[in-house]
Write a protein that binds this ligand. Structure first.
Ligand code: GLC
Length: 564
């Protein structure tokens, strides 16, 4: 089989797809204004095809004031003029489709931006009006209604309520520029169905659903106090009754969306971003709902064999029970890049998202990261992830082994998580720095002018151009891995092999493809078979610490091995 050709289209294409997340404003800038754009992405389609991905997920490219990196949407059915036009979008989609690459767009249904026509109308309309009912407006408490209607916090710090000139308050679980929609309102529901059809009609293959667990709230008066404040990284309790998060009735919405998805051939797909208790995730991923949900468990896990093992066992069991395929994620635009998370000393979590956030507050200096170790583990983790059944989501730049840019100057930070927390949270800009395409030159080839977030000097040696010349680069590892994965991928099953223990994870996929990872601190003997790919040098029949190898049954002369 020619591994450079993507598999033929089928309704199940997503089940084991490798999906590459593009954060459009930081991918490639075609017009030199420092902000990435759709034409920039189109100009790099060859790169995406050579990487060997199955689909691209585009983070929001809609008109936006960028109060939250584009997750504050002014108009769901248009393109931000700084990023291009609908015609540019069509060209990008057609270009990706030509290479057999699917297109997933980000839908942000929990909130609009405060510049959305509906919110402007709501502000101009009186209390109790139809326009206000699309959002969540309430009178305040206390004398003169001067206190917010409930003690609900915004995810980015501060209260989740802001006051408007006539004295009412509106709910925003994120920034004040992201008013929450009222999903009990029929017009809101219908409008999103129209948006799903709008993009599906333009050829979009699927939707990533932002904050999918937040849409329905308990808005009965008096507003319910929160049972307990959730810390970053906490899930709401798995009861389906929290006033704000993961309420049972949210699934009625996705059942309706499913009907729209199924109007198309092949049916459109959905993937929920739902930070919920793992036992609740399958409901979002069910075939009568969105079909898939992000599994962030690997992203939360520390670099320990036992933690990875449990996560894999649990998620495969869940996926099988509910008929979905599972998803795997190590990095995205909201978390510290995994090469940096794994660079932290074990005592600091060595992988944990929450501890990495604390590290960011020191501008990445305390504790001192071991970047070499972090990258070694990141490559090993990626190879392990790519050997698992289910789909894998990659985040732009991880194929270059990029670390977090942890020392961005405070006056350049854009993330509301930083701006709204008075600096108590450094925010997510460090993983959103524009990509380095060339070893030097303006913005390292990202564009012709300075990038909207400053790129560090160490981006040069990690650029695409530099790595394309190095057969042992992380980019080469990703390309080989995706090509082998396509060749070896079979049914969605996995069998644990002898030798799996507190230090080593060793499993087999149908057809005899095996993956073995050494999480320990000393080398272990390699199992029998032909090593076709390894995340680091493999010598003398030994698998070094922090390394993954892919092995196929011995068949002399059939395979060549690639070591990195
Ligand atoms: C999701 C997005 C994040 C955004 C938030 C609010 O978590 O991934 O980037 O800030 O939703 O829309």
């Amino acid at each position: 089989m020619d591994s450079s050709q993507p598999p033929a289209a089928s309704a199940d294409w997503w089940r084991q797809a490798v999906v590459y997340q593009v954060y459009p404003r930081s991918f490639a800038d075609s017009d030199g204004d420092g902000v990435g754009d759709l034409r920039g992405i189109t100009s790099r389609i060859g790169y995406l095809a050579a990487l060997g991905i199955d689909a691209v997920w585009l983070s929001p490219f809609y008109p936006s004031a960028l109060a939250d990196g584009g997750y504050d949407v002014d108009d769901y059915r248009d393109v931000d003029p700084r990023l291009g036009t609908l015609a540019d979008f069509d060209e990008l989609t057609a270009g990706l489709h030509e290479y057999g690459i699917k297109v997933i767009v980000d839908i942000v249904p929990n909130h609009t931006s405060d510049r959305h026509a509906w919110f402007r109308e709501a502000l101009a309309a009186p209390k109790g009006s139809r326009a206000r009912d699309r959002y969540i407006f309430r009178d305040g408490r206390g004398p003169g209604g001067a206190e917010p209607p409930a003690d609900w916090p915004s995810a980015f710090g501060g209260p989740a309520w802001s006051r408007v000139p006539d004295g009412q308050w509106y709910l925003h679980l994120f920034t004040a520029q992201q008013p929450d929609l009222n999903w009990a309102n029929g017009e809101v529901r219908d409008d999103f169905l129209a948006t799903l059809r709008f993009w599906s009609d333009r050829g979009v293959d699927g939707f990533r659903v932002d904050v999918a667990h937040g849409l329905t709230k308990n808005l009965a008066e008096p507003l319910e106090p929160l049972p307990a404040k959730l810390n970053p990284g906490d899930w709401p309790p798995p009861t389906g009754t929290h006033p704000l998060w993961d309420r049972d009735e949210v699934h009625d919405i996705y059942a309706q969306w499913r009907q729209v998805f199924d109007e198309y051939d092949p049916p459109r797909v959905g993937v929920a971003e739902a930070w919920v208790h793992p036992s609740r995730r399958p409901r979002y991923a069910s075939p009568s709902g969105l079909g898939q949900a992000f599994n962030f468990d690997l992203l939360e896990a520390n670099w320990r064999a036992g933690e990875f093992l449990q996560v894999i066992i649990d998620n495969l069991a869940d996926a099988q029970r509910y008929g979905a395929s599972t998803t795997w994620v190590l990095s995205n635009h909201d978390v510290v890049r995994h090469a940096s998370r794994y660079a932290l000393p074990a005592a600091d979590g060595s992988g944990s998202r929450v501890n990495a956030k604390a590290w960011l507050l020191s501008n990445g200096t305390s504790p001192e990261p071991d970047r070499g170790l972090g990258l070694r583990r990141a490559r090993a983790a990626t190879l392990l992830m790519l050997a698992l059944p289910g789909s894998a989501y990659l985040y732009q730049g991880e194929e270059l082994g990029l670390h977090e840019v942890a020392d961005l100057p405070a006056d350049r930070l854009q993330d509301p998580a930083y701006l709204r927390s008075d600096g108590a949270d450094k925010g997510r800009d460090g993983c959103r720095v524009p990509l380095p395409w060339t070893g030097g030159g303006p913005a390292f080839g990202f564009g012709t002018g300075p990038a909207h977030l400053p790129q560090p000097d160490w981006f040069g040696p990690l650029s695409v151009e530099t790595q394309e010349r190095d057969p042992a680069s992380t980019l080469a590892l990703y390309r080989h891995a995706l090509s082998w994965r396509r060749r070896l991928q079979g049914a969605e099953t996995l069998e644990w092999m002898p030798g799996t223990n507190g230090q080593v994870l060793h499993f087999r996929r149908p057809g005899g493809w095996r993956s073995v990872t050494n999480f320990g601190s000393s080398a272990v003997p390699l199992p029998d078979g032909t090593v076709v790919l390894a995340s680091g040098p493999v010598e003398d029949g030994l698998l070094p610490a922090d390394t993954t190898a892919w092995i196929i049954p011995p068949s002399p002369g059939a395979a060549t091995r690639e070591d990195f």
